[in-house]
Design a protein around this ligand. Structure first.
Ligand code: HEM
Ligand SMILES: *[C@@H]1O[C@H](CO)[C@@H](O)[C@H](O)[C@H]1NC(C)=O
Ligand SMILES: *[C@@H]1O[C@H](CO)[C@@H](O)[C@H](O)[C@H]1NC(C)=O
Ligand SMILES: *[C@@H]1O[C@H](CO)[C@@H](O)[C@H](O)[C@H]1NC(C)=O
Ligand SMILES: *[C@@H]1O[C@H](CO)[C@@H](O)[C@H](O)[C@H]1NC(C)=O
Ligand SMILES: *[C@@H]1O[C@H](CO)[C@@H](O)[C@H](O)[C@H]1NC(C)=O
Ligand SMILES: *[C@@H]1O[C@H](CO)[C@@H](O)[C@H](O)[C@H]1NC(C)=O
Length: 331
């Protein structure tokens, strides 16, 4: 009897733990790949086609669209808050002003989606799907996008100013900002998206002339590249001029970005710092940079894994938030 009792209580304990485990798993993975299976069966096809058209019109749009998903997710989670207009819009703060782009393309994609399935697909999900197609159409990997996010009701300028990483920041500062949204040091390297797209002089010119008050350029930057960039971005020149983040292949999503870092050809200080930094974490990031340089498929796998993690940052689900009708204003 005693033995039976202890067997029973042990079984109950196991069952209880299993139930707990299952419910906690459900909390962490509320998003599903087939969320729109019935409500918008052609969603993925429609978005893919629209992203393809947008990139055919302007190849840089792939980079701009990919960046939007990241900038959305880092502020209040993946809730399309980055798309909101209005004086408190995230669009208008430092990291985004005169920089974030692709909003018109998102408007177009949503309107095509609406004409096929009205009022059911969130902008937050559209940004997540768009990011995947932008990478795939640029020669990068694909992944199964988790869906079921809803759109937020507020923008958060403070969150954008404090939460988004800046190009002048140290490795530790960047890692802290990633940690704050549940991402780790591996993710910092794996989301190596600066293999496509452009950056403005103002985001890297502090490395060119009097770096940290040294009176010279950043000595860790390749000297030919310094000269080229000094010509492109003279002191007191136009800070809005742009150049390729990956000087080797601007529009191709490949692992050459990592090789650039090893060769002193990372454009932003924040890129360079993944390979060369005084911060202790560099032993981890440097090793990853080397692995990804050596093995493109390892980078692609790591990238896809980290992008899924980015897409899982604090989604609004169930009846929280809304399905926004116009990306620029709440309903
Ligand atoms: C590690 C921290 C990061 C920093 C400090 C950073 C910073 C920047 C900066 C300063 C630019 C140029 C913006 C301008 O010229 O105004 C840029 C461009 C870009 N970033 Fe990042 N970024 C980071 C991480 C990411 C991540 C995680 C992604 C995507 C998942 C991403 C995707 C892009 C893309 C694709 C562009 C080019 C955009 C275009 O051509 O329109 N970045 N980033
Ligand atoms: C804005 O972001 C900050 C920092 O991430 C957070 O503490 C705050 O609650 C957010 N505010 C709103 C209104 O969402
Ligand atoms: C980061 O998280 C991934 C799982 O998503 C794990 O494989 C990796 O080892 C972690 N990296 C670090 C440095 O903890
Ligand atoms: C470089 O910056 C330092 C500190 O900001 C300043 O004292 C110095 O005059 C600058 N040198 C040049 C050549 O501009
Ligand atoms: C870039 O251009 C915008 C207007 O398009 C202007 O307001 C801004 O001051 C310029 N920024 C820099 C760094 O020159
Ligand atoms: C990019 O790098 C590859 C391999 O190192 C090289 O063959 C190619 O010429 C480079 N392309 C450009 C545009 O620099
Ligand atoms: C990458 O390849 C180089 C050259 O073959 C080798 O020296 C290095 O150990 C490799 N690094 C990693 C992390 O795989």
């Amino acid at each position: 009897m005693k033995m039976w009792n202890s067997f029973l209580s042990r079984s109950l304990l196991i069952i209880a733990s299993l139930i707990l485990l299952c419910s906690s798993v459900r909390v962490r993975s509320q998003l599903t790949t087939d969320f729109y299976h019935n409500s918008c069966p052609n969603l993925l096809k429609i978005v893919h086609q629209e992203v393809k058209t947008a990139i055919e019109n302007e190849v840089r749009m792939a980079a701009s669209l990919l960046r939007l998903h990241f900038y959305d997710c880092f502020v209040n989670g993946c809730d399309a808050s980055v798309l909101l207009d209005g004086s408190d819009g995230e669009k208008f703060v430092g990291p985004n002003l005169n920089s974030a782009r692709g909003f018109d393309v998102v408007d177009t994609i949503k309107s095509v989606v609406e004409s096929s399935c009205s009022g059911v697909v969130s902008y937050a999900d559209i940004l997540a799907i768009v990011a995947k197609d932008a990478v795939l159409l640029s020669g990068g990997p694909s992944w199964k996008v988790l869906l079921g996010r809803r759109d937020g009701l507020v923008a958060n300028q403070t969150g954008a100013n404090d939460g988004l990483p800046a190009p002048s920041e140290s490795l530790n500062q960047i890692i802290t900002k990633f940690n704050n949204v549940g991402l780790n040091t591996t993710d910092v390297v794996s989301v190596g998206s600066h293999t496509i797209g452009l950056a403005r002089c103002t985001t890297f010119n502090q490395r060119l002339f009097n770096f940290s008050g040294t009176g010279s350029s950043d000595v860790t930057m390749n000297t030919e590249m310094v000269t080229d960039l000094q010509n492109l971005c003279p002191q007191n020149g136009d800070g809005n001029k742009t150049t390729s983040l990956d000087q080797n292949s601007t529009d191709l999503f490949d692992n050459h970005y990592f090789k650039n870092l090893i060769n002193g050809k990372g454009l932003l200080f924040s890129d360079h710092t993944l390979y060369s930094s005084d911060d202790e974490a560099v032993s981890t990031t440097k090793m990853l940079v080397e692995s990804y340089t050596n093995d493109s498929s390892l980078f692609f796998k790591g990238f896809a894994n980290s992008m899924i993690k980015v897409g899982n940052i604090s989604p609004l689900t169930g009846s929280v938030g809304e399905i926004r009708k116009n990306c620029r204003v709440v309903n």
